[in-house]
Design a protein around this ligand. Structure first.
Ligand code: HEC
Length: 125
């Protein structure tokens, strides 16, 4: 009886761990997901392509790089990039920052976005 309770508790704990890992996103899967962004974005400092470098993006404000030509919409959006704001932007760029010029339709799957953001939190440092 006790053994069974312990087994049940262990199972509950294991599934709780799996759930929280999922909520935080899987960086390994996110790395693959990033291929979609890599067509336009590099992670190295100063490496602007079609899109601005994403180096240290989570300590930047939208439209902050002086050597990239942003849209007026991006510059005056007042957005600070956090995992939460990036999640909203990637889900639907035009809804979150109307008239910004990122030619990307959006990533509708929330768990794909969580994976991507988990990867970016590591790789943009
Ligand atoms: C086809 C090219 C393209 C793709 C694909 C693309 N982007 Fe962008 N991205 C841009 C451009 C261009 C801008 C600047 C938009 C503006 O100034 O309005 C931008 C802006 C951004 C910004 C704001 C940066 C800053 O300095 O404020 C972030 C963050 C961003 N993109 C993340 C992503 C992520 C994550 C992906 C993949 C899911 C992605 N982008 C896919 C071209 C692209």
């Amino acid at each position: 009886m006790i053994a069974r309770r312990i087994a049940t508790a262990a199972l509950l704990l294991a599934s709780a761990l799996v759930t929280s890992a999922h909520a935080e996103g899987d960086a390994k899967r996110g790395e693959t997901r990033f291929q979609e962004c890599a067509a336009c974005h590099k992670l190295e400092a100063g490496a602007n392509e079609v899109g601005p470098s994403l180096h240290r993006i989570f300590s930047r404000k939208a439209g902050e790089l002086s050597d990239f030509r942003y849209s007026p919409a991006m510059k005056r959006s007042g957005v600070g990039w956090t995992p939460e704001t990036l999640d909203k932007y990637i889900a639907d760029p035009q809804a979150f920052i109307p008239a910004n010029r990122m030619p990307y339709a959006g990533l509708s799957n929330a768990s794909d976005r969580a994976d991507l953001i988990a990867y970016l939190q590591k790789a943009t440092q």
